[in-house]
Write a protein that binds this ligand. Structure first.
Ligand code: PLP
Length: 448
């Protein structure tokens, strides 16, 4: 049997093991499907043959409703860098709950949180919201208003949340369309008016010349350029040396506002996110996920010049902005849990995992490369690092699919989707990492 056939046969064996291990999840799936579209709370939770339904989490692990325990690398799509049920987060939420869960009035803690985020990210001012989607939606509107121009540029295949302006040229649509010429103009959801496409232009990642051509083609019309400084939804794609600097310089020279979407990279790849890691300061930064320690919170901020537009007729509202529960959890996350020592721990674990995985993959002769970004990292089943979506398109998904079921069946909760990455929490241990590498080694032995 060749590798491809072995992987296919292993996948079907592992899916039947999965069914045997998770009968209660299957039962709940059928009830859930009657009560909720697709049986889940978000379409990102859809899975074949049905999703695992969880009951609780503790430390570095989660448990499903069948009582199976997993070392968690999914971590709520990159949110739970604090790990599950962290005592400091529990205490902060409990304190906040005892003194009023919502006011829609700004408290002293909101101001302290704003100051901490500004300090970490080199921002002058910040505005809170509740999700990453709200952060990028509000930032794009603000940028357009500040520049006085309507067009927004995004990177091909990048995901920035589920609002109309940026739901073009998203990886899922591009994959489905097999790269039709005008794939970028097809929204990744029905229900978006077709006219919106006229306002959203796309360029490949790591391609400064393409961005320059776009500025030439639409002189004085591009108001905003939004970029994930490290692409995190098409595998992990690192910026080429000098790329972010060149994008910043082009935006400055052509009068567009540069937005970094740090919803996934913020406070994870470094205390001050990719902005700190690469030393390139954009005009605006979008944050969410890990900043909240597992509570819904988002933020966007940057220069006072741009942010002051919020006082000049640009909308920036939300009933739950600055909610006391989320703010308390977020402050505890940033000031008590994600300390310099915690980042050292995460860096050591990240390197242990990435190098351990790289070693066993290489030993087995499987074409793959790993990425090590502290608590974030990934295995991509492709022999070379990715530079843009075009490279990611050629990654064989079958090795990942079999790997996902193999690991889950052995108590390792890998983030679903070959485009995703792992997230390590401060509560993970060397033993967790070593067990994970051991399970990967066993998988490699099976398919190599
Ligand atoms: N931006 C990026 C880079 C993301 O990965 C996501 C979500 O995965 C979002 C924005 C949207 O965030 P949310 O799901 O909190 O709305």
């Amino acid at each position: 049997m060749d590798t491809r056939a072995r992987v296919a046969s292993l996948l079907s064996k592992e899916i039947s093991t999965y069914r045997t291990r998770t009968p209660r999840s299957m039962e709940l799936y059928s009830r859930a499907s009657a009560a909720m579209p697709l049986g889940v709370a978000s379409s990102f939770q859809v899975a074949e043959p049905y999703p695992v339904y969880l009951s609780h989490g503790s430390g570095s692990t989660v448990e499903d409703i069948d009582g199976n325990r997993y070392i968690d690398y999914h971590n709520g799509f990159g949110t739970m860098v604090v790990g599950h049920a962290h005592p400091a987060i529990q205490a902060a939420i409990t304190r906040a709950a005892a003194s009023g869960t919502h006011f829609a009035c700004t408290t002293d803690e909101v101001v302290r949180l704003a100051e901490e985020l500004n300090r970490r990210f080199g921002m002058e001012q910040v505005r809170f919201c509740s999700t990453g989607t709200e952060a990028t939606m509000d930032a794009v509107r603000l940028a357009r208003a500040a520049a006085g121009r309507d067009l927004v540029v995004k990177v091909e295949a990048a995901y920035h949340g589920h609002h109309d302006a940026l739901m073009y040229s998203v990886r899922s649509t591009l994959d489905a369309l097999e790269r039709a010429e005008d794939a970028w103009a097809v929204p990744s959801s029905r229900g978006i008016p077709s006219g919106i496409a006229a306002y959203t232009k796309t360029v490949p990642f790591n391609d400064v010349a393409a961005l320059e051509r776009l500025f030439d083609a639409y002189p004085e019309q591009i108001g905003a350029v939004i970029v994930e400084p490290i692409m995190m939804n098409a595998g992990i794609i690192l910026p080429a040396p000098g790329y972010l600097e060149a994008v910043k310089e082009l935006c400055r020279a052509r009068g567009a506002v540069l937005i970094f979407d740090e919803v996934k990279t913020g406070v994870t790849v470094a205390p001050g996110g990719a902005t700190e890691l690469f030393g390139v300061q954009p005009d605006l930064i979008c944050l969410a996920k890990a900043i909240g320690g597992g509570t819904p919170i988002g933020a966007f901020g940057g220069t006072a010049a741009v942010m002051s537009e919020l006082g000049k007729g640009v909308a920036g509202q939300g009933t739950f902005n600055g909610n006391p529960l989320s703010v308390a959890a977020s402050l505890a996350t940033l000031t008590e849990v994600l300390t310099p020592a915690a980042y050292e721990h995460l860096a050591a674990l990240g390197t242990r995992l990435a190098t351990g995985c790289a070693k066993v993959l290489e030993h087995a002769g499987i074409a793959a490369h790993t990425t090590d970004l502290g608590c974030k990292g990934s295995i991509t089943f492709s022999s070379r690092p990715l530079a843009r979506y075009d490279d990611y398109r050629h990654v064989d998904g079958s090795l990942f699919d079999a790997y996902w079921f193999w690991m889950v069946n052995r108590g390792i909760f890998v983030t679903p989707g070959k485009e995703e990455q792992w997230t390590i929490s401060v509560q993970h241990t060397d033993e967790d990492i070593d067990r994970t590498i051991e399970m990967l080694e066993a998988y490699c032995a099976e398919v190599a």
